[in-house]
Design a protein around this ligand. Structure first.
Ligand code: FAD
Length: 389
């Protein structure tokens, strides 16, 4: 017998898991499906930590969704007996005129986000782990935090199951068609499933042809990430008080990083946000991080964090699913009404997962996508020509 669900969520990275968590509050007849295991390295959501910040240099347009997402991260944590949020604060450093400093201040002022602007000497006094050049500034957002990423995702799925959601791992959805039963999904093992509505959150899978709405609009990129240990054991500069950070170098390269917040992934995690990206090719992605990339990040770490051993003790490749303009794409499929999607989180979507999940869940239950995410509609690309066509 073919099972029929009210809503099926396809892809249980952080966006799909958050959608299922929110759906399970209102409907018990929901199913989540993922091609991989609950924690798998094939998407973008795995790992120990992600940054949440609201003094968003990327622009004030993100503020409403950031505010909703922040509230929901707190709500999630309140239902968990483990720590999902670590109050690390966030330090955003760069040359005075840099986007990271100027635009973080701008968004913080407009959004009434509590922040402090620090001069070069104030940075080194308050955060001695950081070395800055004369004339640099920083924005410190005390309310920014670091999310325990894998733990949060697992907790969302646990709560969803406790509230009646069903889960299926290890089978991918290979087609979605409209049928007399609503929407029919075919899985890779031949199983058919009917659904009234579908939430599609397949990350880089959105670039393939389950629905063609996003074809040509997104491009998965392979990006390395590294872990570094202090030169001195128990160096207090890298312990409690070390913030999540962004650090824009004078030449525009943007480093991000998070402190060690749990038992996984010891040391400081560091990567480039806007650099060392290559077009995702499965074969090449499986190979080790190139020596030239390791040498480059080591040179930057030596310059910015003299107290860290500049040779990373671990590294791996991850995936950014990029849109042409570095923002998100959220909408309802034109070809399959009732299929709501969010993708192309362009390397900064984790923090928004709770808000996006809530919005997608409401859309799947009501049939109407909230206007607040209209700024992320794929329609914005109609007038400009997409880069990846
Ligand atoms: C190294 C790194 C650091 C980052 N740091 C931050 C940060 O500090 N703050 C921040 O906000 N963001 C950060 N991001 C970005 C953020 O992690 C991503 O935007 C987010 O995880 C994307 O989640 P997703 O659910 O859209 O996709 P994914 O995590 O890719 O999940 C998609 C899931 O769909 C499944 N799937 C695919 N196709 C199918 C199919 N046909 N059928 C069934 N299942 C399918 C996959 O198995 C996968 O589990 C970072 C990203 C990386 C890589």
């Amino acid at each position: 017998m073919v099972r029929k669900y009210n809503v099926v969520v396809v892809g249980l990275g952080i966006i799909g898991s958050a959608s299922l968590w929110r759906l399970s509050h209102s409907s018990s007849n929901v199913l989540g499906i993922d091609a991989g295991a609950p924690i798998n390295l094939s998407g973008s959501s795995h790992g120990a930590s992600r940054i949440f910040r609201q003094a968003y240099w990327e622009g004030e347009a993100y503020l409403p969704l950031l505010s909703l997402s922040g509230d929901l991260w707190r709500e999630l944590e309140n239902t968990c007996d483990r720590r999902l949020i670590v109050e690390t604060g966030g330090l955003f450093v760069g040359p005075v005129a840099s986007g990271v400093v100027r635009q973080s201040v701008e968004t913080a002022r407009r959004g009434n986000i509590k922040h402090k602007v620090l001069s070069d000497t104030e940075i080194t006094r308050s955060f001695p782990a950081f070395q800055v050049q004369a004339g640099m500034e920083a924005v410190y957002e005390a309310g920014a935090f670091t999310i325990a990423a894998d733990d949060s995702k697992c907790h969302m799925l646990n709560v969803a199951v406790r509230q009646g959601a069903e889960l299926r791992f290890g089978a991918s959805v290979v087609s979605i068609v409209r049928s007399s039963k609503g929407l029919t999904l075919r899985l890779s093992d031949g199983v058919l499933i009917h659904a009234n509505r579908v939430v599609l959150a397949t990350g880089l899978g959105m670039s393939t042809d389950l629905i063609s709405d996003l074809s040509g609009l997104i491009q998965p990129k392979s990006v390395p990430v590294y872990w570094f240990k202090p030169k001195l054991n128990n160096d207090r500069n890298f312990a409690r008080g070390f913030p999540a950070f962004l650090y824009q170098l004078p030449d525009g390269r943007l480093l991000y990083g998070t402190p060690h917040i749990g038992s996984e992934e010891s040391g400081i995690k560091i990567g480039f946000h806007n650099h060392q990206q290559s077009i995702f090719e499965p074969e090449i992605h499986r190979q080790a991080v190139e020596e030239s990339c390791i040498d480059e990040v080591s040179a930057c770490v030596e310059q910015v964090f003299p107290g860290l051993n500049s040779t990373p003790y671990a590294h791996r490749k991850c995936i950014y699913t990029m849109s042409c303009d570095g923002s998100f794409i959220v909408g309802e499929s034109v070809h399959f009404p009732g299929v709501f999607y969010a993708s192309a989180c362009s390397g900064h979507g984790f923090k928004f997962a709770t808000g996006l999940g809530d919005t997608l869940a409401k859309a799947a239950l009501s049939g109407v996508l909230d206007e607040s995410v209209a700024i992320f509609s794929a329609k914005r690309f109609i007038e400009s020509s997409p880069l990846y066509l």
